[in-house]
Design a protein around this ligand. Structure first.
Ligand code: HEC
Length: 173
């Protein structure tokens, strides 16, 4: 190893060495879509993921972009880049697994350490969020592994019938 690089290597590795973070970093390879069900894509572990080809995003990535910018952006900044109030989710999602994401968004979280008191609200009873949790997850995952650039995706797939059905039952139920 080149020892002058050592401090950088250690700090780059720190997130993976921290025992509280069980999941290893997400990558484009891990996030690759290997299966599809009605226009929704899944990685090799069956976790929802994006599919982006020649700048055209799948419906859920696009929907997640929209939902993120209506309900999360005010605190977490545009495109998941963070703000002085709330963390950059495009970074957080590099190491956060799907169940952890779902539970934080549903239940919220409060950081009362260090004299700061920043509150992540619970969205578990907000249909505009929980009916689109996978969409938001998929969008942020694409941002985290650098598969989606900043800004509104220029092209998107049509809305699948399954998404229309799910939305109707979730919003109506
Ligand atoms: C009112 C401001 C606010 C809104 C709106 C908000 N958040 Fe948060 N969120 C926060 C704060 C503050 C934290 C950090 C809490 C902490 O440190 O424990 C946070 C933390 C998180 C985390 C954990 C990040 C990490 O690195 O551990 C996730 C995931 C998250 N928010 C997702 C969302 C999503 C998805 C939405 C939109 C549906 C959203 N948030 C909307 C303020 C907000």
């Amino acid at each position: 190893m080149n020892f002058r690089l050592f401090p950088f290597v250690v700090s780059a590795l720190l997130p993976f060495l921290t025992p509280t973070i069980a999941a290893s970093a997400d990558t484009k390879e891990k996030a690759a879509a290997v299966s599809e069900e009605d226009g929704k894509f899944y990685d090799s572990e069956g976790t929802p993921t994006f599919k982006i080809e020649n700048g055209t995003v799948d419906w859920y990535t696009f929907s997640g972009y929209r939902r993120y910018h209506s309900d999360c952006h005010v605190c977490h900044g545009p495109d998941g880049v963070g703000s002085s109030y709330a963390p950059a989710l495009a970074e957080s999602m590099k190491t956060m697994d799907y169940p952890t994401f779902l539970s934080i968004v549903a239940e919220g979280r409060q950081n009362v350490g260090g004299g700061r008191e920043n509150v992540m609200p619970a969205f578990g009873d907000n249909k505009n969020v929980y009916c689109y949790l996978d969409d938001i997850y998929i969008y942020l995952r694409a941002r985290a592994v650098d598969a989606a650039p900043r800004g509104r995706p220029p092209n998107k797939a049509d809305k699948p019938q399954a998404a229309k059905d799910y939305e109707a039952s979730c919003m109506g139920g």
